[in-house]
Design a protein around this ligand. Structure first.
Ligand SMILES: Cc1ncc(C[n+]2csc(CCOP(=O)(O)OP(=O)(O)O)c2C)c(N)n1
Ligand SMILES: [Mg+2]
Length: 348
């Protein structure tokens, strides 16, 4: 999905597009879960089910130079960026036609073409990288903005605070977005963070603007993001935005404890009453923008696209053994002296 108009009031078609994109993400992840549980994927599978409004709203405000970088909970960001379901699914299957040629899995999703820079497995590591991307934009004189998504579990990492400081000090066009889904693996925000009522207030320590919003309040979320975007792009003023959301699944799909650190009733309440797809769909019907049958047709289309992607992934070959060292170091791929000797960083 490419960026929509910057008018805060969305047209009916744009509203439907947001719903379609959320449904595409949901269908992709549900299809991936099926094959993960069937033993077809290695590593972890961390899905964004319940959090779909976030990647979709971010993409809806993005201009042609803007970039996204996120934590490993990144499949929604990848799909919303315009990466194809086929290349994403094949990557999860570890196949050659995957986005990272099957060598990365879900923690190495990257797509320079769609300006999505991945999916980082080490908590908080994307935050200093976001500063680097933003510094690059500024250095090249490009009026773009970097959207850096992180979890509530990343806000106490040292790297995050260093990143906030640098972003404020160097006036970098970066918007840090805390996807506060209340848990970091099995640890609730209350058990891990001081000042639990508002994580975004940490920005005050760096003289940085901050705000909070509910992910499912899509128009309000989008308006706040548009304000932050304009401020970052036009004045190089960074911002920390905390977005309240909820993950319906466990930390990952192999999380056997998903009802041990939170009550089952809490999960069911969110699935029944706070599902972004259900809520936004109901809004569309209520506003007379779409009929139930039209939404169902969109859902069926998204499911068919996801199934096609899993078939594509099954049919794709595994990478060959001799490809294992390719695309790892630029020096090796380009046959530099360092690449041949293996001494990449120290020359003597
Ligand atoms: C530096 C580091 N410490 C610990 C871990 C183990 N770990 C993986 S995910 C995670 C929780 C992160 O939670 P949060 O930031 O809230 O993101 P969410 O999974 O909720 O999206 C932890 C502690 C890690 N990957 N990296
Ligand atoms: Mg979390």
């Amino acid at each position: 999905m490419s960026g929509l108009s910057h008018d805060p009031s969305l047209t009916p078609d744009e509203k439907i597009l947001l719903w379609r994109e959320m449904v595409r993400i949901r269908c992709f992840e549900m299809e991936a879960i099926k094959y993960y549980q069937g033993g077809r994927m290695g590593g972890w599978l961390n899905v964004q089910i319940g959090q779909e409004a976030i990647p979709v709203v971010i993409r809806s405000v993005m201009g042609p130079l803007d970039q996204v970088i996120s934590s490993y909970r990144c499949l929604g960001h990848a799909i919303a960026s315009g990466m194809t379901m086929c290349s994403c699914m094949a990557e999860l299957f570890g196949k050659r036609d995957g986005a990272s040629k099957g060598k990365g899995g879900m923690h190495s999703f990257q797509s320079p073409k769609t300006r999505f820079w991945g999916g980082y497995g080490f908590v908080g590591t994307q935050t200093p990288l976001a500063c680097g991307l933003a510094f690059g934009l500024k250095h090249r004189g490009e009026r773009g903005v970097v959207f850096c998504c992180l979890g509530d579990g990343a806000v106490n990492q040292g790297a995050f605070h260093e990143a906030l400081n640098l972003a404020a000090l160097f006036h970098l066009p970066v918007i840090f977005i805390i996807e506060n889904n209340r848990y970091a693996m099995g640890t609730s925000v209350a058990r891990s963070s001081a000042m639990t009522d508002c994580l975004a207030r940490r920005a005050e320590g760096y003289g940085m603007d901050w705000d909070t919003v509910e992910a499912n309040a899509i128009p309000e979320f989008r308006s706040k993001l548009l304000i932050a975007h304009r401020r970052a792009r036009d004045q190089c003023r960074p911002c920390l935005l905390e977005v309240f959301t909820y993950r319906f699944e466990g930390h990952n799909i192999a999380d056997a404890n998903k009802f041990k650190y939170r009550a089952k009733a809490e999960v069911i309440d969110h699935q029944s009453n706070h599902d972004p797809i259900q809520l936004w769909g109901a809004t569309l019907v209520q506003e007379g923008i779409a009929r139930e049958e039209e939404l169902e047709a969109i859902r069926a289309q998204a499911m068919a696209e996801a199934k096609e992607a899993s078939q594509f992934a099954k049919d794709s070959p595994f990478p060959s053994a001799d490809a294992i060292l390719q695309d790892v170091y630029w020096e090796v791929d380009h046959q530099t002296t360092a690449g041949k000797t293996g001494r990449h960083f120290f020359n003597d």
